[in-house]
Each structure stands twice: as structure tokens, then as C-alpha cells.
Design a protein around this ligand. Structure first.
Ligand SMILES: [Zn+2]
Length: 176
């Protein structure tokens, strides 16, 4: 890699002000990890840590290519529209009033047909600041959050709590 890249720019997952050594999530201390990965030929920078994720997404307005090439998805081909990264990006764009411009990279019809699920998923994950930012933006703008979305959020949240509570039990029953 060091023969290919002189400088590597990594978009900060969380604002630098939230720096912490969190055992379950190394993104909180990626500043340290990146510096450890540097070599004499390749310098690594974490950028955008002065902004919240929704502010970074809002700045896409200045880069029209994002509407053609944005790919937050964790999977290889295109955007799946349903993984956590796709959901939080689509909901953030929706909260910003920008989603409709991204029909080349996201299935916008699918989003609107399932909007209660998208918002419900966001509510269920709103302890994570990436989802919370979008939810707060929607509330600030008095955007409609249906009763169904709140209900879906409650159900998904309860299901996640049950999974978390029984994680070790389930693991102990797997013969992998
Ligand atoms: Zn995806």
C-alpha cells in the first residue's frame, strides 16, 4: 500500500470531541489507530472529526457527484438500501430534505413505501448518535413521524434487548 498511496484520508466515524477508548467500538479511538498504521511513505489522516455525520452528509450538496456515486453500503455491489449504513444515510438525507436527489444510488420508491420501517429502525437505534442526529433533525423540522414508526421502533428495540440478553446462551448452543 505504501507504494501506491502517499496520503490516506479516512473520514472520522465520530466527532473528535467524543474520543474515548471504548472496548466494543474502536472507531472512537481511530485517531490513535491510524497513527499506528502510518509508515515512512504513507501518512494517514482522520478528517471531518470537527463535524457531526449529518453535517458531513449535508455538505454533499456542494458535490453533485455524490448523487451519482455515493456508496455507504457495507456490501460490494451498489447500495442494498437495508443495511445499517444505507438506512442511516438514507434517513439522514430524508431528514435534510435531500433524499429525492439520490435516485441513482438509492431505491427511493422502496424507501417511501417502507418509510415507517426506516423511521422505526432509526428510533430503535437512536442511542447511536448517527441515528439520533437524523431523528433530532426530523423533530426540529416538525417532520411527520407516524405512530406506526414509533411502534416499529419499540418492537425492534425490544427484540434487540432480548437478543443482547441472551447472546451468550445462543452462542453456547451453536456448534461452530
Ligand atoms: Zn447497504
Amino acid at each position: 500500500m505504501q507504494k501506491l498511496f502517499r496520503v490516506f484520508l479516512n473520514s472520522a466515524t465520530y466527532p473528535f470531541k467524543n474520543f474515548a477508548f471504548v472496548q466494543e467500538n474502536n472507531a472512537y479511538y481511530e485517531l490513535v489507530l491510524l497513527s499506528l498504521l502510518q509508515t515512512e511513505n504513507t501518512i494517514m489522516y482522520s478528517i471531518g472529526g470537527d463535524k457531526a455525520r449529518i453535517e458531513k452528509i449535508d455538505s454533499f450538496k456542494n458535490f453533485p457527484y455524490a448523487q451519482k456515486y455515493l456508496k455507504p453500503c457495507i456490501y460490494n455491489k451498489g447500495n442494498c438500501n437495508t443495511c445499517g449504513k444505507c438506512v442511516r444515510t438514507m434517513v439522514a438525507l430524508y431528514a435534510l430534505g435531500e433524499l429525492d436527489k439520490y435516485s441513482k444510488v438509492f431505491d427511493i420508491d422502496y424507501f417511501y413505501k417502507n418509510i415507517d420501517w426506516y423511521i422505526g429502525y432509526t428510533i430503535a437505534h437512536s442511542r447511536n448518535e448517527h441515528y439520533k442526529e437524523s431523528l433530532n433533525m426530523m423533530k426540529k423540522k416538525n417532520m411527520l413521524i407516524s405512530k406506526e414508526a414509533y411502534r416499529i421502533g419499540k418492537v425492534l428495540s425490544a427484540a434487540q434487548k432480548i437478543c443482547d440478553k441472551n447472546k451468550n446462551f445462543i452462542k453456547s448452543k451453536m456448534n461452530i
